[in-house]
Design a protein. Structure first.
Length: 78
């Protein structure tokens, strides 16, 4: 579902950007590459969430998800 949602968001944002001529220089192949990269880029985070959900019980899984994702945010310099 997250890959579907990512595809919907990417296509909507690309359509809006191309409609308002913000990305007039972007070719179709480049747009398709961006969409594919965004859709496939969600897969590692899906598997990480499934791993955490499968190894921890329903009460502790949200804490582990926050711990992992907050650590990734700070380590990636966001």
């Amino acid at each position: 579902m997250s890959m579907v949602f990512s595809g919907i968001v990417t296509i909507t944002m690309l359509a809006a950007a191309l409609t308002f001529r913000s990305l007039a220089f972007l070719r179709f192949a480049q747009s398709a590459g961006i969409a594919a990269l965004n859709i496939l880029g969600v897969a590692p985070f899906c598997s990480l969430g499934l791993f955490i959900g499968g190894t921890h019980n329903h009460k502790s899984a949200p804490a582990f998800v926050n711990l992992v994702y907050l650590a990734m945010i700070y380590l990636s310099d966001i």
